[in-house]
Design a protein around this ligand. Sequence first.
Ligand SMILES: C[S@@+](CC[C@H](N)C(=O)[O-])C[C@H]1O[C@@H](n2cnc3c(N)ncnc32)[C@H](O)[C@@H]1O
Ligand SMILES: [Zn+2]
Length: 306
Amino acid sequence: MVKKLPVSLNNGKKRWELYDDVEYDAFWKDWDKNFQDKLEKYLISKMLPTRGLRVIDVGCGHGRLFECYRDRFHTVILFDGSINLLKKALNKYGKSRDNVFFIAGDVNLLPFREASFDCVLMIRVLQHLFELENTFSEIYRVMSRAGEFVFSYHNKQNAHRILNWFLGRETDNPFSQKSKEVSPALVSHHPAYIEKGLHKAGFQRPYYLGAVYLKQIARLREKILSRGVSGSHWARFMGKLWLAPWMIGRTRPRNRPELMLGSKLTGLLVCPICRVSVQDIQGTYLCPACDRKFNIQEGILDFRPY
Ligand SMILES: C[S@@+](CC[C@H](N)C(=O)[O-])C[C@H]1O[C@@H](n2cnc3c(N)ncnc32)[C@H](O)[C@@H]1O
Ligand SMILES: [Zn+2]
């Protein structure tokens, strides 16, 4: 296994297979990534509601953020395209509490009924996507009235890139709204583009916290104070001015039905292609409209659509 993501999707691999040979959890164990990890967890915990009925972590990876929401919701769904990463999440958190489910699928074809969730979390996933229209309307569809959507993305208009552009070291105009592919797994978006996409899908204007820290200050702070989270003090400012490289946003849908009630997972599941409720037949979910079967393998419900 390698630590870095492949530079392209070779051998006809699907996008969700990008992470299958990658040690994504090891990426977060690097010394300086530790500051970013702490800061993101701190800010995300602030953005998430303190309690609710159902949360889905869309593109949950290996479950890095599980601690941020695990005790705040009755039902928790960890959702990702990569079975490899879901297995890691399951091994770590599968037995930690009741009502935690691990589901594989595509963010653009969510296998859930309308208004299934009062909270959707989607961190570091928009960096894999160019066309956000479909994604935002899928999120909107599965959200309930007054639900909270907490998300993050890489900001192409961050302070570092603006500076480089003025110094002539950067050719791409950071103020243009066109998304920029920094690498195959890092598409940077402009906050105005994100805002337009959210508005079109039916979301309100987002509120932001910006995740950025300075390595030298973070190291010093850790040595001297050994408490607090580096970068948390200016997060509001960096978010408001759209200057942070990582933007963490929170928004609400403008007009949705009430949250679907019920405690059974099966009541929420639909075929990702036909959107018809699936039938639970001895460990397999069957779509009565198209006859597709979705299996449960070692605790993971596989709703990948193709
Ligand atoms: C950079 S990782 C972030 C993981 C986690 N949210 C975190 O912050 O640690 C991106 C995740 O999005 C998932 N992903 C990317 N595109 C997806 C898609 N179309 N459908 C489902 N998951 C997707 C990947 O499998 C990967 O786990
Ligand atoms: Zn179907």
